[in-house]
Design a protein around this ligand. Structure first.
Ligand code: NAP
Length: 240
């Protein structure tokens, strides 16, 4: 029977590529999104993948929507916590709301989705959670104390939850993408982006599919011995 996978922020950007890669691997995929109905509708028409709108920063919305998805499609075996936002600015210019929104969605979303899906995975003895972190959570980034803290938190969250799932057949891993050619990066001013690309040893931005292939591997049967790890997919920009 096909695994049931939920990809948050799965209707565009890296999330769309992840949804497609999991579909190609044989999973029944449901893509979550926040508010861009037009993109979500076009995504469903193009791919046949169902899209469901809710805010992953809303704890009860995650619980309720995951229960509804389980009732409609079957128990959720795979969760990819990909939804993420930026509210960049130096500390001096960053408001409390900028801090809080990013923590709430990027890190809080991982907690909320795990609360909704991890217990069922443990009960059934199989599960995969993949959290999308960032190179900027590993290395830090000027003007991103909120985003870097949330993404860095994801890496700690991953290692801690992996220990709870390890004996129960549930793996929890993270992927830390470098700079990937999506709407999020298109929002970076061109002169800044040029400087960023100049620092990537591979000499280009990454493609969303390059992240998606890593996620598909971590979600596969073959990856049962991989847990608590962070896979860096960044063109060699940050090595450690
Ligand atoms: P993107 O193009 O901006 O797409 C973000 C997706 O997340 C959209 O589907 C959006 O839904 C959804 N989303 C945003 N807030 C949400 C919320 N509160 N609840 C539910 N869904 C929400 O982003 P991306 O560039 O593909 O990035 C995807 C992930 O990779 C993020 O976690 C990001 O931090 C991480 N990342 C990206 C890069 C990069 O270079 N692009 C690098 C490192 C890490 P709507 O369509 O409805 O707005």
């Amino acid at each position: 029977m096909a695994r049931i996978a939920v990809v948050t922020g799965g209707s565009r950007g890296i999330g769309e590529a992840i949804s497609l890669a999991l579909q190609k691997a044989g999973a029944t995929v449901v893509a979550n999104y926040a508010g861009n109905d037009e993109k979500a509708r076009a995504f469903t028409e193009r791919t046949g993948i169902a899209a469901r709108k809710w805010d992953v920063g809303d704890h009860q919305a995650c619980i309720d929507n995951c229960a509804a998805i389980a009732a409609e499609f079957g128990p959720i075996d795979i969760v990819v916590n990909n939804a993420g936002i930026t509210r960049d600015g130096t500390l001096a210019r960053m408001s409390y709301d900028d801090w809080h929104d990013v923590m709430r969605v990027n890190l809080g979303g991982c907690f909320n989705m795990a609360k909704a899906c991890f217990p069922g995975m443990v009960e059934r003895g199989w599960g995969r959670i993949v959290n999308i972190g960032s190179i900027n959570g590993q290395a830090g980034q000027y003007g991103q104390v909120n985003y870097a803290a949330a993404k860095s938190g994801i890496h700690g969250f991953t290692k801690a939850l992996a220990q709870e799932g390890a004996k129960k057949g549930v793996t929890v891993n993270a992927i830390a993408p470098g700079y990937i050619d999506t709407d999020m990066v298109a929002a970076v001013p061109a002169p800044v982006l040029e400087k960023i690309v100049a620092k990537i040893p591979v000499g280009r931005l990454g493609q969303a599919e390059e992240i998606a292939r890593g996620v598909a591997f971590l979600c596969s049967e073959n990856a049962g011995f991989v847990t608590g790890s962070t896979m860096s997919i960044n063109g060699g920009q940050h090595m450690y």
